[in-house]
Write a protein that binds this ligand. Structure first.
Ligand code: XMP
Length: 514
């Protein structure tokens, strides 16, 4: 669907390309990332109001370096070149690019020679994020230098007549203090954007695109986990094709309290898709019997999930498309995952569509970041508790029960977790603590209840603050909150007789206990 105002971002393989798109969307302007080699005619057919050339790992002098048709600069559309995009612009328009004397990496002070145009409203010197080995040594004709650093004489250049701006630093990353202002200036001062795009426009576009892809009578299958991403995808596809969407929800009996019923309620009443709930708790508990090793638990749950899902999907007969709630960080993670050591094998159903014979995927959240997905969910009318749900691991409560998993233990951890969650919400801390849950430690200890000696379980409270879940700090919860939670757990949850608090950072500990 054609948007009124579209910014096209040509992707040269830079790490931050989707961040550029995100910053543009934050300015309420629609943006789309396309590969650098998209033919110019196709780019122009999208009627962009501005074009951004991203950074990238190549050197413009490499024989196989990405190049674009220089006619792009003559199309009368404003262009912003970032890093590689700047160097390519310089080279194609008659300037020069040379190896920098010193490679610049990290925060660098950039001196802006003017406070108008691209730098309107910005300071005369600002911390910016740099990451480059090559740099522009001579501007092309018609351009003037508008910023410099100690090592980079052309840190930014502009050709006002042609509305082409270039910066060597990365305005899209948060380390660049005034980066958003610079992007705003490009969008509003150079491209003339009005900034009237919102998440509901995104939803309308995505719904229209899904309709176009799926056609008049096409059908879609979705594995609904009840998490934010798959729920938002389900709501979106439901709005596009109604009951031609079938959602299969595998209930492994290891979800949080109330979660399974909420998913069923939302997708049978609010978004009444064709909803298949597979109640497979017995099978999962059966296969987990006697298993204590965390990785083995994950493996069994992953395997059972796929088998149960396949059984349900096969019974449904052939559906046309498979939908997934892949979001942008998943795309990045899967690309980088090959180099990272596997600390915990994640419950991964990525191979599922292939196994089921699907060739076409629908992934409408692929370009969004988590908070954008939540905003989209709210726009679509999903309940707030679902949209703002904290992350929950695929293997569920199984990895929060140390040792063997049994239905009785699942009940203890589920009930204590519900109390902890309730109290965190009541204290107004749920949006500040990024993940919080209880763990049923394998430890039993002696206690007294009434006049009786007890020998029951120890519950650990785990609450962390984190931006990316790669590193985390333990949340400094108020003592009176901890006291309430502790008292409620030992009073209300049978077989829980002691509460302890996990005060370990990640690293060295991981967030989950298994
Ligand atoms: P860790 O424990 O590795 O957790 O510090 C980081 C984040 O990942 C989640 N997590 C999982 N998610 N399958 C998942 O889907 C898993 O096996 C798994 N293990 C950990 C964890 O909840 C936290 O958000």
């Amino acid at each position: 669907m054609q948007q009124k105002e579209t910014i096209i971002i040509l992707d040269f393989g830079g790490q931050y390309t989707q961040l550029i798109a995100r910053r543009v969307r934050e300015c309420h302007v629609y943006s789309e990332v396309v590969p650098w080699n998209m033919p110019l005619a196709d780019i122009l057919a999208r009627k962009p109001i501005g074009i951004i050339l991203s950074g990238g790992p190549s050197s413009v002098h490499d024989a196989d370096a990405p190049r674009i048709d220089p006619a792009l600069y003559e199309a009368g559309i404003p262009v912003l070149g970032i890093c590689y995009g700047m160097q390519l612009t310089a080279l194609l328009l008659g300037g020069a690019v040379e190896k920098a004397k010193e490679r610049e990496y990290g925060r660098v002070t950039v001196r802006m020679k003017e406070q108008t145009g691209l730098f309107g409203g910005m300071q005369s010197a600002s911390n910016c994020w740099m990451s480059h080995t090559w740099q522009v040594s001579a501007c092309p004709p018609g351009f003037r230098v508008i910023a410099e650093t100690d090592n980079c004489p052309v840190a930014a250049m502009v050709n006002e007549d042609k509305k082409i701006c270039c910066v060597q630093f990365h305005p899209e990353v948060t380390h660049t203090e005034e980066g958003t202002m610079l992007i705003r200036n490009f969008l509003f001062r150079f491209c003339g954007c009005s900034g009237d795009w919102t998440m509901s426009t995104y939803a309308e576009t995505a719904i229209k695109q899904i309709r176009e892809t799926v056609g008049e009578d096409g059908t879609v299958l979705l594995a609904l986990s009840g998490g934010v991403d798959s729920s938002v995808v389900a709501a979106l596809i439901y709005k596009a094709i109604g009951k031609r969407l079938t959602c299969v929800f595998v209930d492994h009996g290891l979800l949080r309290k109330g979660e399974s019923d909420q998913v069923c309620h939302v997708f049978s009443h609010l978004f009444p898709v064709r909803f298949i709930r597979s109640d497979a708790a017995d099978r999962f508990f059966g296969d987990l019997k006697g298993v204590t090793e965390p990785e083995e638990k994950r493996h069994i749950i992953g395997r059972d999930f796929i088998e149960v899902f396949k059984k349900e999907a096969t019974a449904l007969g052939k559906l046309d498309y498979f939908a997934q709630g892949t979001i942008y960080p998943d795309v990045i993670e899967s690309g980088q995952g090959t180099n990272a050591a596997v600390i915990k094998s994640h419950h991964n159903v990525g191979g599922l569509p292939k196994e089921l014979g699907f060739t076409e995927l629908i992934e409408p959240l692929r370009m969004l970041f988590k908070d954008e997905v939540r905003a989209l969910g709210e726009t679509l009318g999903l309940p707030k508790e679902l949209v703002w749900r904290q992350p929950f691991p695929g293997p569920g409560l199984a990895i929060r029960i140390i040792g063997e998993v049994t239905p009785e233990k699942a009940e203890i951890v589920r009930e204590s977790d519900a109390i902890f969650r309730e109290e965190i919400v009541a204290a107004g801390l749920d949006r500040h603590v990024n993940q919080y849950f209880t763990v049923l430690t394998g430890i039993q200890s002696v206690g007294v209840m009434g006049d009786e000696r007890t020998y029951d379980y120890t519950i650990a409270l785990r609450a962390v603050t984190t931006d990316d879940f790669m590193t985390a700090d333990w949340a400094r919860l108020p003592y009176d909150l901890i006291a309430r939670v502790s008292a409620r757990i030992v009073n209300e949850v049978p077989h829980a007789s002691r509460v302890v608090m996990d005060v370990t950072t990640k690293p060295p500990a991981s967030i989950e206990w298994e």
